[in-house]
Every structure is written in structure tokens, then in C-alpha cells.
Design a protein around this ligand. Structure first.
Ligand SMILES: Cc1ncc(COP(=O)(O)O)c(C=O)c1O
Length: 434
């Protein structure tokens, strides 16, 4: 079957069609940071399956772990003990912040977020004797597509036609988005007003009964927004004074993506609950919630269950994935190659007026495109054009941002210097063409 036939079939049968405004490319193979389509064309993959494939495509050690485990046992259930599930939980506790010591497994990021909310609310009821009616999230943040996760997501576009599906107990605060400061202030003279105003938000916009504050250490889908270093510690301090827990959504920032093992390591604060997915197994569907002994204690044996959560094949893949990540120090590599990207992109910024801002950490890099640097008018059509021009030239990138105008550079962490330089050259030509 050729590409055209596959694309026709997928368009006809899969909901929703992936082809509109997308790339007519059928990917069939991947190795490291390179993927190949059905016609044999190769691409440098700076998209990495929505920033999931951290240790690269088809890493031989992970392939082996999957094959060996699948040949022995595929799936059991929460009613029995399994080897990789136990070993993976131990490994996750070892590498996440000290306070966190218990793991709950599930399948995707949104499910991890749902479970984090379940923990926070149950904790408030059982330990503090209050319902924990509200959750504070940030405008522009992304937390997934299931009911609660989507409610936390701070963008209306995702909620169209779903006003009776979203939870109304979510309060969205202004984001720490320095390039477009909602308060029109400048860092550091602003004295992180975006964090300090949260006192007012709690007082004026909530009932005071907040179960948790949730945020990403660096916004992913929201446009690679890096909060100032004081923001998260200050925000968490304020919410803790009001009895709320801190949920650190590491679905996208986890497992080396930002140059540290977890994004929260850039800030001096420990979460009460952490959500993990994507890089936990580099694209194999497994997710987790990690929390403290105290929070975990609110969930009894029959309070939660999931058919596939902690599936043995997925756990074996995740365990090997983490070992590869640690042994090959891929988070450190992400910092090195990330520097090459940001230096190259800052040079491109001098040449291309379309680039308004370059930001990020490690291999989580955003290029915000604007029609006019002074007015900062978002350029979403141009961003889409750059994406398509890059693809034609052999580079896959994603587009995100609150206004759909941020190019996202998030390759596997083992991308080589040569591949990074080639990607920059393609970006230069694609920006020119757009
Ligand atoms: C920060 C964050 N949380 C949650 C999710 C949802 O993950 P999933 O798509 O696996 O449900 C995403 C997905 O992009 C994410 O970036």
C-alpha cells in the first residue's frame, strides 16, 4: 500500500482525521532522532510524538525489554504482584523529590492528572474535613483532554461545545508569561507580581476551599513558557498557607526534557503530587502519579483501580527507559544540545523579523512568531507555514502556544550536534520561505 492509500483510509475511518492542515506523511520507522516515511524519506524529528520520545525511537534496549517481557507475560491486573511494576515504582521513588514515596500507575497523562485531582480532593475531605471544592490552574496551561484535565487546561478552544462536560470548580490564574506579561510589567522589577497577586485571587475569586494548585514547571502546549525562577516557590508558598496541595504536572517536562531529570528541579520547591507520562517510557503508553505517604494514605485498596495501569510490558519498557536515560546522562546531553539550538536560534532572530522570542530550557525550546515585533501581534498562519516548509525539507516540528504561534523544538534527547545544526539550517530556510 502506498502513502496516498493509507492517508485516504485514515482520513475516512479515523476520528478525527489527522490530515487537515497536517503533513501528508506516513511514518513507518524510527531510530534515534530520525524517522522515515513510507516513501523512504528521512526527517529529523524535533516533534518526537508530542515531546514523548526522550531516549529516541526504537532504542534497542527498550525494544529488547518489551520483547522479552511480552514473550513471558503481557498483562495481569492489580489483584496480583508483578516484577517490573514493583521495580519501576522503586526506581521512580528513587529519582523523584525526596518527599514522594508512593506511586500509582495509569496509562496516559490526562489520566495521571485526573488521579492527582482525585488524590487532592480526597485528601482535603479525609485529612482536613473540607470538600476541597476548587482547584487553581493557570491560563494557557495544558493538562489533557479528559473532563477534569480539560477543565484545568486554560484555553477555551479545547472546550468548544463541552460546557456541560467541564468542571466549573476550576479557577484560572494569570500565567507567568514574561514575553506577554498580563500585568504589562518587566521582570525582575515586577517583583513577580504574577505570583503575589495570587493572594488577591484566592481572596476575591475563590471560596477559599482550594484542594490544590496545579502547574507545569515549563508550559508545553501553552507555548514553552518558562516561569521566572521565583514564581513557583512563591505561588506554592501562598497556596500552602491556604491549605492547598501543590500538583507538579511533569507529563511533558519530566525525564530529562528540560536538562534536569524533572522540570521542578529548576525551582527550589518540592511538590506534594507529581504527574508523569510521555518520557517515562519514551512513547510506550504508561503514566504515573507519585505522591507522599500522607496523601497516598487516603486511597484504600478498592478506592481506585485501572485494568492497564502498571501493565507489566509497559513497566518493563519504562524501567529500561529510565536506566538508559540515567546511564547515558541524557538530561545533561539535553542541556548541551539545547545550548546549540538556542544560540543558533538567537542568531536566526537577528535575521528573521518574524521571530519575536526564543526561550526554553534543555530540549524544550519555543520560538514565538510575531507579525510585528513592537506590537507582538501573533503570527499563527506563518507558524503553520514554517512547519510545512520544514517538513518538506526533512524536519518535523510542532506548533503550540496560546495563540498558535509558537514553534516547538523538542527532539529526542540523544539528537546529535550534527543533526541539531542541520535542523537549524532547515529552520533558517523555512523561515525564509514562510
Ligand atoms: C503537561 C501535560 N499534562 C498532561 C498532558 C496530557 O497527556 P496525554 O496526552 O498523555 O493524556 C499533556 C499532553 O501533552 C501535557 O503536556
Amino acid at each position: 500500500m502506498n502513502s496516498k492509500e493509507i492517508i485516504e483510509k485514515q482520513t475516512k475511518y479515523v476520528i478525527p482525521s489527522t490530515t487537515e492542515g497536517r503533513w501528508p506523511v506516513v511514518i513507518v520507522e524510527g531510530k534515534g532522532a530520525i524517522v522515515k516515511d513510507l516513501d523512504g524519506k528521512e526527517y529529523i524529528d524535533c516533534h518526537a510524538g508530542y515531546a514523548a520520545v526522550n531516549v529516541g525511537h526504537c532504542h534497542p534496549r527498550i525494544v529488547k525489554a518489551i520483547q522479552e517481557t511480552a514473550a513471558k507475560i503481557w498483562h495481569v491486573s492489580w489483584d496480583f504482584y508483578t516484577v517490573s511494576t514493583a521495580l519501576l515504582a522503586e526506581k521512580i521513588v528513587e529519582i523523584t523529590p525526596k518527599k514522594l514515596s508512593k506511586v500509582l500507575f495509569c496509562s496516559v497523562g490526562a489520566e495521571a492528572v485526573e488521579n492527582a485531582i482525585k488524590f487532592a480532593k480526597k485528601y482535603q475531605v479525609k485529612k482536613n474535613g473540607r470538600p476541597g471544592a476548587q482547584i487553581v490552574s493557570l491560563m494557557g496551561a495544558f493538562h489533557g483532554r479528559t473532563a477534569y484535565a480539560m477543565s484545568l487546561t486554560g484555553k477555551n478552544k479545547y472546550k468548544d461545545g463541552l460546557s456541560t462536560y467541564v468542571h466549573l470548580g476550576v479557577v484560572h490564574a494569570f500565567p507567568p508569561y514574561c514575553y506577554r506579561c498580563p500585568f504589562k510589567l518587566e521582570y525582575p522589577e515586577c517583583d513577580i507580581h504574577c505570583a503575589k497577586y495570587l493572594e488577591d485571587l484566592i481572596y476575591l475569586q475563590t471560596t477559599g476551599d482550594i484542594a490544590a494548585f496545579i502547574c507545569e514547571p515549563i508550559f508545553g502546549e501553552g507555548g514553552i513558557i518558562v516561569p521566572p525562577k521565583e514564581y513557583i516557590p512563591e505561588a506554592v508558598k501562598i497556596f500552602r498557607e491556604h491549605g492547598a496541595l501543590f500538583i507538579d504536572d511533569e507529563v511533558q517536562t519530566g525525564f530529562g526534557r528540560t536538562g534536569k531529570l524533572f522540570g521542578i528541579e529548576w525551582y527550589n520547591v518540592e511538590p506534594d503530587i507529581m504527574t508523569l507520562a510521555k518520557g517515562i517510557a519514551s512513547g510506550v503508553p504508561i503514566a504515573a502519579v507519585v505522591t507522599t505517604e500522607e496523601v497516598a494514605s487516603v486511597m484504600g485498596p478498592i478506592d481506585h483501580c485501572s485494568t492497564y495501569g502498571g501493565n507489566e510490558v509497559m513497566c518493563a519498557a519504562a524501567l529500561e527507559n529510565i536506566k538508559v536515560l540515567l546511564e547515558e546522562k541524557l538530561h545533561e546531553k539535553a542541556l548541551e544540545i539545547g545550548k546549540i539550538f538556542t544560540e543558533g536560534l538567537n542568531e536566526l532572530m537577528e535575521k528573521h523579523k518574524l521571530i519575536g522570542d526564543v526561550r526554553g530550557k534543555g530540549l524544550m525550546i519555543g520560538i514565538e512568531l510575531v507579525k510585528d515585533r513592537e506590537k507582538k501581534t501573533p503570527a499563527p498562519e506563518e507558524a503553520n507555514k514554517v512547519r510545512l516548509e520544514a517538513q518538506k525539507r526533512g524536519l518535523l516540528i510542532n506548533v503550540g502556544g496560546m495563540y498558535g504561534n509558537v514553534l516547538r523544538i523538542q527532539p529526542p534527547l540523544l539528537i546529535t550536534e550534527e543533526q541539531a545544526k542541520k535542523a537549524l539550517e532547515i529552520l533558517d530556510n523555512s523561515l525564509e520561505a514562510a
